[in-house]
Design a protein around this ligand. Structure first.
Ligand SMILES: [Zn+2]
Length: 63
């Protein structure tokens, strides 16, 4: 298994790594690994992974 960050390709072991898994057919599968939450959140934003994905989102104010 590679140790390259899913976002920036640096070695996650040299930072403060965060690992993401997804559920596929009842099994946890690797979805990515990141140097830290900064790489994770950048990856999420650039790929729009949270668009329409809130589990219990209630708007507190209209934008
Ligand atoms: Zn990274």
């Amino acid at each position: 298994m590679t140790s390259a960050c899913t976002y920036c390709s640096q070695n996650v072991a040299e930072h403060d790594p965060v690992f993401v898994e997804e559920l596929e057919a009842g099994n946890r599968v690797e979805a990515g690994q990141f140097c830290n939450y900064a790489c994770l959140t950048s990856y999420i934003e650039e790929n729009h992974l949270t668009t329409g994905a809130a589990c219990a989102w209630t708007p507190s104010s209209a934008n």
